[in-house]
Design a protein around this ligand. Sequence first.
Ligand SMILES: [Mg+2]
Length: 210
Amino acid sequence: MSDPQLSHGLRAVVFDVGETLVDESRMWAGRAAAAGVTPFALMGVLGALIERGEDHRRAWEILGVSQPPAPTCIGPDDLYPDALECLHAAKAAGFIVGIAGNQPADTAEQLLALGFKADVIASSAEWGVSKPSETYFAKLIDALGVQPHEIMYVGDRVDNDIVPAHSVGLRTAFIRRGPWGLIHAGQPEVCIADLQFDSLSELTAALRHR
Ligand SMILES: [Mg+2]
């Protein structure tokens, strides 16, 4: 059965990057190694910070180490296996497709090199503003050239994706995966998401039946 959230007046679907399209496990393990701590210690501290709603970048301070260098490039093995298929399904369904996350400036080139074909690819570094700022989502709306209610924003975080996108009038889809997704799924605010999925495979199926 088609979902009205994916049909009635929807013109654009925009995807967050980290833990929505990209599995960041390798990146975080690499950062643990670079900082001289075990992956177990880093992941545990990150989980506690996520649960408490604190900035995850405090992890380095808690671990008593300097923040390691910026993460390495996104490689083909870092993509969630359902990521490309979902982007292609959104495009095939006739939507404007966007990719917009809190990411370094060269993320667009990296994603294009991996076969992502999107109409708008932007990052917080390029725009000089990060989620959850409303300015970030205002820039996104301008870049897409459609009305807020005609956009579906897909993300794994309630605080950075669902709440701020909803507050500026976008439709939202919450993806319950990755540490933020799994922990945030238990928060009451998650109910404001228009749609909820456990994977992009589920969203792909919904897009194909809209
Ligand atoms: Mg994310």
